[in-house]
Design a protein around this ligand. Structure first.
Ligand SMILES: Nc1nc2c(c(=O)[nH]1)N[C@H]1C(S)=C(S)[C@@H](COP(=O)(O)O)O[C@H]1N2
Ligand SMILES: [Mo]
Length: 402
């Protein structure tokens, strides 16, 4: 750089960002500047994000703050792992403050030997780890009756995906000895709600985890510290947090959470019960409602798909409200019962466009449209809403829930 050029550049830099920038560019040895003027913050024992980052869960105001939920900001996250601090939360009576040194898990009922485990005891069993999603069956329920929510955090943010670690439940049940007349396991939480759900024994002997770890460290209190059930693919409420008791029984208990709640009232007045599995679902996270496109041109359409029955095998995307579809690229890892990333290149021509995504899982199940879902279940349903989500991009580039 010549003197003149450098001076002009410095003046511009100063105009843009003030004296700091010109100090950086001052004609001194760059290495000396880095070590003397820019000593960074000291090393920390436990990290936190940059002060410039402000992403938050969305907490819906409720009458009783302890019975509430918070939604994951899916539209602003990258990859498939939900950071623990942004995992969605749903609790019926707040977050208890449990001491792992005294917390006990009791296993009793139709077993040969009733047992009590401390957290230390549980950690002595062989460990299992699994990346999988957890979704509240109420996720998106408000959309049954048409587009209501303002953004993808509100329409879909009651699902999150983490690396869960713990003990296979079957290992611990075998330790207690399962009697031949047992066919259900009733799980109870140590929170004020004493959340209680019945789980088929066959599922417990298959892939249920007594989870004490989330993304490589201890569970967060809001995720069930020190131990919770993690029931892959089943509605979130089965994954009882703050777990204190497992009772083996001959039949289900028909608790409040499987009669008055978490049942699906059909058009003919009968209700579906024990609707455990979360069916396949997908959503475009970008562009999504609340976002704004900066003008015509290239955009990468990005989204997530997941299924409680297995792996995602295909995602199709439409940019014209379903008149034509293109197959999206699925990005690995493609794991069963796990958020899966997809994308599609898109040239936006500046005209009003309606974006849709539709997934298929490896059982061949195809995500339904809202119309198909309502036809099947009627208009009284609330839980298990998994219809195709539409986002409308208007000619100004503003994206709306459609
Ligand atoms: N003990 C207990 N377990 C519970 C709940 C609760 O309120 N108490 N909420 C359930 C519901 S409805 C869901 S969707 C999931 C939410 O888990 P998360 O808060 O870790 O996302 O936990 C389930 N387990
Ligand atoms: Mo839930």
């Amino acid at each position: 750089m010549t003197q003149v050029h450098r001076r002009r550049f410095l003046r511009r830099a100063r105009d843009i960002a003030g004296a700091v920038v010109s100090a950086v560019l001052a004609p001194r040895a760059a290495a000396a500047i880095e070590t003397t003027k820019y000593q960074g913050a000291p090393t920390r024992e436990y990290g936190s994000r940059s002060r410039f980052e402000t992403l938050k869960r969305w907490v819906m105001p409720t009458r009783y703050p302890s019975s509430s939920a918070s939604w994951t900001p899916l539209g602003d996250l990258d990859g498939i792992i939900t950071p623990s601090a942004l995992h969605y939360e749903r609790h019926h009576a707040g977050v208890p403050d449990l001491d792992p040194a005294t917390h006990q898990l009791t296993i009793h009922g139709l077993v040969d030997r009733p047992l009590e485990f401390s957290m230390k005891d549980l950690r002595r069993f062989p460990a299992v780890h699994r990346i999988c999603f957890l979704e509240c069956s109420g996720n998106g329920s408000q959309e049954y009756r048409g587009p209501t929510s303002e953004n993808v955090q509100q329409t879909h943010g009651l699902t999150s995906c983490a690396d869960w670690g713990g003990v296979a439940l079957k290992t611990v049940l075998n330790e207690a000895g399962i009697r031949s007349d047992a066919s259900w396991v009733v799980a109870e939480g140590a929170d004020g709600a004493a959340m209680t759900r019945s789980i088929p024994l066959a599922k417990c002997m298959d892939d249920v985890i007594l989870a004490y770890a989330q993304n490589g460290e201890a569970l967060r209190p809001e995720q069930g510290y020190p131990v919770r059930l993690l029931v892959p693919g089943f509605e979130g409420s089965i994954s009882v947090k703050w777990l204190r008791r497992l009772k083996l029984t001959a039949s289900a208990y028909y608790t409040r959470e499987e009669t008055s709640k978490y049942t699906d009232l059909m058009a003919d007045g009968r209700a579906r019960g024990f609707t455990f599995v979360m069916e396949a679902k997908s959503v475009i996270t970008s562009p999504s409602a609340g976002q704004e496109l900066s003008g015509p041109g290239y955009y990468e359409i990005r989204g997530l798909a997941w299924s409680g029955r297995g792996k995602i095998s295909r995602v199709d995307v439409s940019v014209d409200g379903g008149e034509s579809w293109r197959q999206a690229t699925i990005h690995g890892p493609v794991l069963p019962i796990c958020h899966t990333r997809f994308s599609l290149d898109w040239q936006w021509d500046g005209s009003t466009s309606t974006l849709l995504s539709r997934c298929v899982d490896d059982t061949g199940y195809t995500q339904p449209s809202r119309r198909q879902l309502v036809q099947q279940r009627g208009e009284n349903s609330f839980y298990h809403y998994n219809a195709i989500q539409a986002w409308r991009v208007d000619s100004a580039g503003v994206v709306h829930n459609a």
